[in-house]
Design a binder for this molecule. Structure first.
Ligand SMILES: *Cc1c(COP(=O)(O)O)cnc(C)c1O
Length: 349
């Protein structure tokens, strides 16, 4: 075995497959704005843009610097989804043909100056009460009700279609729509929305996590493989304790493998016993508390397991959701928290 390291292997063919599933779920003319904020949810901003440029209609970022980075390599529309806040930033948008969200009255003076130069996405607050213009204030934005602009909102409960807040948000959005130019475009849905409310897709949808395979929908695959090697194997008897705090006590002879990866790589420290991993194509489980640099897994039932074998923490074959659902965590958070020290490999860019 050469010096081991934890690895993150990102397969963009899988991301493109996921996008195809998203597209198949949408009306034909609906455009996809792929959300690539936070370093493309940990998948590398620039490589993701390169890999998706032929299958996506535009990109949504949060920070201006993200927009500028990808403008060098893509001519597609780019939307700065949280807007900008200074005339310097507006000038930069203008120079680089980047679209901007306007979500607050306080941004109006600058937005007015650039109303004929930039595409604006007017974000209304329909009930999430995070960013967005209140319906009562929408009239102040008349100057921006132009055919080239987009009316948008964001759902708070798209992943829970039964929540009554969805009904209210759609109703409020219609209310806002009645006030603006009917030739404007509309955008409401994020990933969960695409799968739960495809009838509200309108002109643009804004999926992020679904592209990377971090939500449950038939066919979507986790596009990242997070793996590391086994560096030790222990054969324990009955009544032996494992790891910090001795959290686990064996109730039978147990074989454990120690994997060269821990919470400092990005595996969640709070993972409980029974959290699934894969070793040599077999399912195995975490046993004992996750350490900074090590994880113990139960290989009692796994044949021929040896030092140097790879353990997949999550992968296309072991959805990241198995981990997050078991541990009450978010795939978004795990994907964006992968540590820098994990070795990266990118396939099918
Ligand atoms: C992050 C974000 C999205 C994408 O959300 P997913 O749940 O990852 O699909 C869409 N729209 C806005 C405004 C966002 O901030």
């Amino acid at each position: 075995m050469i010096e081991p390291n934890s690895e993150l292997i990102i397969d963009f063919e899988l991301v493109r497959d996921n996008i195809k599933i998203i597209r198949d779920n949408l009306p034909t003319n609906c455009k996809i704005m792929g959300i690539i904020k936070s370093n493309a949810y940990g998948h590398d901003l620039e490589k993701t843009t390169q890999a998706l440029d032929k299958v996506i209609d535009g990109y949504g970022v949060v920070r201006l610097e993200e927009a500028l980075k990808i403008r060098e390599s893509s001519l597609k529309p780019i939307l700065a989804m949280q807007g900008v806040y200074s005339s310097e930033a507006y000038e930069t948008l203008n120079k680089n043909n980047i679209w901007a969200v306007i979500h607050s009255v306080s941004q109006l003076p600058l937005a007015k100056q650039y109303k004929d130069k930039l595409v604006h996405w007017i974000k209304v607050n329909t009930g999430m009460n995070r960013l967005g213009i209140r319906l009562d204030d929408l009239d102040h934005f008349q100057l921006l009700f132009k055919d080239s602009n987009v009316l948008m909102t964001h759902l708070a409960c798209a992943d829970n279609p039964k929540d009554e807040l969805n009904v209210m948000q759609f109703k409020n959005f219609d209310h806002a729509w009645n006030k603006v130019s009917k030739n404007m475009k509309r955008s409401i849905l994020n990933s969960a929305g695409v799968f739960n409310f495809a009838d509200q897709a309108y002109d643009w949808v804004r999926p992020g996590i679904a592209m990377y395979g971090g939500i449950n929908f038939p066919g979507l695959k986790t596009a990242m493989t997070f793996r590391s090697q086994i560096i030790s194997i222990q054969s324990l008897g009955k009544n032996e304790r494992i790891g910090y705090g001795g959290r686990v006590k064996t109730n039978k002879p147990t074989k454990i493998a120690v994997v060269y990866c821990g919470y400092a790589d990005g595996f969640p420290q709070t993972a409980i016993d029974g959290t699934s991993v894969i070793v040599n194509s077999h399912k195995s489980q975490i046993i004992g508390r996750v350490s900074m640099d090590l994880i113990s897994i139960d290989i009692t039932e796994i044949p021929d397991c040896k030092i140097g074998d790879w353990c997949e923490l999550w992968s296309p074959d072991m959805s990241i959701l198995e981990n997050t659902q078991k541990n009450g965590l978010l795939s978004y958070e795990l994907m964006t928290k992968m540590n820098q020290r994990v070795k990266r490999d990118y396939l099918n860019i």
